[in-house]
Design a protein around this ligand. Structure first.
Ligand code: AMP
Length: 185
């Protein structure tokens, strides 16, 4: 099962993907986690940190390199959950190219929907509990804007292919998990 999770920051992509990864026994691939793990004192590490901390997207080519390296690993053969990738139409097209070369396709794109006021509250609460550098009020606004401008078109791209599952993600993680699992099962 090859799945993509799309949703604005704070929609619960990471939480749901972690649980589903256990349920379906397929790897959870978080583009944000991959980039955070690459923050270091190297030139590229510093560049990546700048994108994350400003709430802006890393360049498509760079992101694609990370993802392709990961998707080529043997544990991805039976499928995976992509969390936070693709975030631009260009990334989505590159992913389609990668899959098509292998005679593969995505099964579903899960769209986690939460209203913006609730998202801001969740992200500010996460800032207190996890201390993520990009959960500041200003950066949250940037990330929401980036989602609207760059990532919502990705949903349109996949809607045209008829594979989007819309999920109301306003409830508790348990409620949302039950809905997503049923929708995919
Ligand atoms: P996330 O953990 O998914 O909220 O991602 C944290 C940050 O990593 C984002 O705000 C971006 O700066 C960067 N990032 C994550 N995924 C991508 C992607 N697919 N393309 C570009 N930048 C990304």
């Amino acid at each position: 099962m090859r799945l993509v999770f799309i949703g604005p920051p704070g929609a619960g992509k990471g939480t749901q993907c972690r649980r589903l990864s256990g349920e379906f026994q397929i790897p959870h691939i978080s583009s944000g986690d991959m980039l955070r793990a690459s923050r270091d004192d190297s030139r590229i590490g510093k560049l990546i940190a700048g994108y994350i901390d400003g709430g802006n997207l890393a360049p498509d080519d760079l992101m694609m390199q990370f993802i392709i390296d990961r998707l080529r690993q043997p544990d991805c053969e039976n499928g995976y959950l992509l969390d936070g990738f693709p975030r631009t139409v260009n990334q989505a097209e590159m992913l389609t190219g990668f899959l098509t070369e292998r005679d593969q396709r995505l099964d579903s794109v899960v769209n986690l929907m939460v209203d913006e006021n609730a998202l801001v509250e969740r992200l500010l609460a996460r800032a207190e509990s996890e201390g993520r550098a990009d959960d500041t009020p200003e950066t949250i606004q940037t990330r929401l804007k980036v989602f609207r401008n760059r990532t919502e078109p990705v949903l349109k791209y996949y809607r045209q292919r008829g594979i989007v599952i819309d999920v109301n993600a306003a409830g508790t993680p348990d409620d949302v998990f039950a809905v997503v699992r049923d929708a995919l099962g």
